[in-house]
Design a protein around this ligand. Structure first.
Ligand code: HEC
Length: 147
């Protein structure tokens, strides 16, 4: 292949690849709203697939559908989160909805042990914000390009 035609082929490949990548991250309106809500989480959490968990809180990119308290690069899970994980807590729409409303009460309910300390001192009172941020977490799960 001559150089100009090689360059042309590359240009075509780039032009056709770009919209595919962009489409991969198109969020539904509610997930887009959830992305805005997720700004409130960023003082502690990160959402980018390739970033390690900060010291403050676990990376949330793939948290949706996962077993609670199992992000391998986060070493500071609380006793309550570890106990809830041992009980088999999975992050679904319903469990996230309850956790984000009141992490302390939710983990107490799952573990049945009010003496265990929990670690997330933050809650989202507004149910619509909770639904939106959950839709966002669901949308980015397993999509490395979406944060
Ligand atoms: C003030 C810091 C802080 C903020 C703000 C915060 N979190 Fe957290 N979050 C934590 C900590 C710390 C943990 C670990 C809790 C534990 O071990 O009990 C956690 C745990 C979680 C988990 C469970 C993770 C896992 O690996 O099982 C989810 C889900 C979660 N947070 C979602 C959110 C969302 C969504 C927001 C924003 C709407 C948010 N958090 C805001 C500190 C925070």
């Amino acid at each position: 292949m001559s150089l100009p035609s090689l360059m042309a082929a590359c240009a075509i490949a780039l032009l056709t690849a770009a919209p595919v990548l962009a489409a991969d991250c198109t969020l539904s309106p509610v997930a887009q709203e959830g992305k805005m809500v997720s700004n409130q989480c960023k003082s502690c959490h990160v959402f980018e697939a390739d970033k390690p968990s900060p010291n403050t809180a676990p990376n949330l990119h793939d948290v949706y559908g996962s077993m609670a308290g199992t992000r391998k690069d986060f070493a500071h899970y609380s006793a309550a989160m570890a106990a809830a994980s041992a009980k088999g807590l999975i992050w679904t729409d319903d469990t996230l909805f309850a956790y984000l409303a009141d992490p302390k009460i939710m983990l107490q309910t799952v573990t049945g042990d009010p003496s265990l300390k929990h670690g997330m001192f933050f809650s989202l009172r507004d149910p619509d914000q909770r639904k939106a941020v959950i839709a966002f977490l669901k949308a980015i799960k397993d999509k490395p390009a979406c944060n």
